[in-house]
Design a protein around this ligand. Structure first.
Ligand SMILES: Nc1ncnc2c1ncn2[C@@H]1O[C@H](COP(=O)(O)OP(=O)(O)O)[C@@H](O)[C@H]1O
Ligand SMILES: [Mg+2]
Length: 313
């Protein structure tokens, strides 16, 4: 096992940001921590990468303890924080040289590693241009390149796709998968369930500082016992959404519900049996349905079932 985290706790004064988080990552694995804003993802990464000292618990990375051997840990990990200091007036290469020197790399090794990182992050063709001219997506790829300079065994990526356009996001996800195919293990955090679903071997769902479920995608869906969801778009938004939610939740087979404006999303045990009574009830209440969609079970449904809240609240 490449990484094992044992009952990590981290408090900031009264805020208990990480509450007994335990999990492991195998060599060559992509593990995603999926959770809403404030769930404790960044704090977990901070503790694992030795930036923050845990209040309780420990983690071993490559056999080294984050508490007792932080220096050895830092040598075998790469970190890509959400924001990194890039010098806008320096080129990509110059930025990488700067960070490489900070890591203690010199001479030919430094040159080699900078070239290697540029290639891995797919930035060779813009290497000599100033960062100031880069798009948000390119800056993120340069961040990733910085994280690769010390040839890590595991790379920590904290929400690398937030706030960038879909095309750049695609490119970053492709880069991540390519790195993984070359044997790099990754700890990835996101609040986008589609991303976690696409790139991860295993997923840990984190909420309020606790890992509330984990496993492979299919296993998670089975373990949490989620089924399809029915999404109905009404002609007009319900006048009393909370009362409506309560009534619909009382119908047989409806496991969870969320209403947002005209949209009602319900987790149901079997959509073929539950759709007719739902429509009948709404009709009886004088509400007209304009669109009906049925969705396969996904991580959003897992999260909704576990917490009663939507992932993107
Ligand atoms: N340096 C800090 N001081 C005080 N509270 C913090 C600090 N960092 C994070 N927190 C709090 O800890 C909780 C978890 O935050 P964070 O780990 O950043 O979550 P996420 O990355 O999942 O959005 C939040 O309630 C946040 O406000
Ligand atoms: Mg965060």
């Amino acid at each position: 096992m490449l990484l094992t985290a044992q009952t990590l706790h981290k408090r900031f004064g009264d805020v208990h940001a990480v509450r007994g988080v335990s999990f492991h990552i195998d060599t060559g694995e992509i593990y995603s921590l999926l959770g809403p804003n404030g769930a404790g993802k960044t704090t977990t990464i901070g503790v694992l990468t030795t930036l923050l000292a845990p209040d309780e618990g420990d983690a071993l990375i490559g056999g080294f303890s984050i508490r007792r051997q932080p220096r050895q840990v830092r040598q075998i990990i790469g970190v890509v924080p959400q924001e990194i200091a890039l010098y806008e007036d320096l080129s990509a290469t110059e930025n990488l040289r700067f960070w490489g020197r900070m890591l203690g790399l010199r001479g030919r090794t430094l040159k080699l590693r900078v070239a290697e990182a540029l290639e891995l992050a797919d930035l060779q063709d813009r290497a000599r241009e100033k960062v100031r001219t880069f798009s948000g997506g390119m800056k993120r790829r340069l961040n990733i390149a910085v994280g690769l300079l010390n040839r890590p065994r595991i790379l920590f990526l904290d929400e690398p796709t937030v706030g960038i356009d879909p095309q750049s996001r695609r490119r970053i996800l492709d880069t991540i998968q390519r790195l993984n195919q070359q044997g790099l293990a990754l700890l990835y955090t996101t609040h986008y369930m589609e991303e976690a679903q696409e790139i991860s071997h295993r997923i840990g769902i984190i909420d309020h500082g606790e890992l509330i479920a984990e496993g492979e995608m299919d296993a998670l869906i089975r373990a949490v016992d989620v089924h399809e969801s029915i999404q109905l778009t009404l002609e007009t938004a319900p006048l009393q959404p909370q009362a409506l939610e309560k009534d619909l939740l009382a119908l047989p087979g409806v496991q969870a519900i969320r209403s947002q404006g005209k949209t009602l999303t319900m987790q149901v045990d079997a959509s073929d049996r539950r759709l007719a009574p739902l429509l009948a009830y709404l009709h009886q209440q004088g509400m007209h349905t304009r669109r009906i969609e049925i969705h396969e079970p996904n991580l959003e449904a897992v999260f909704l079932k576990l917490t009663g809240r939507a992932l993107r609240d």
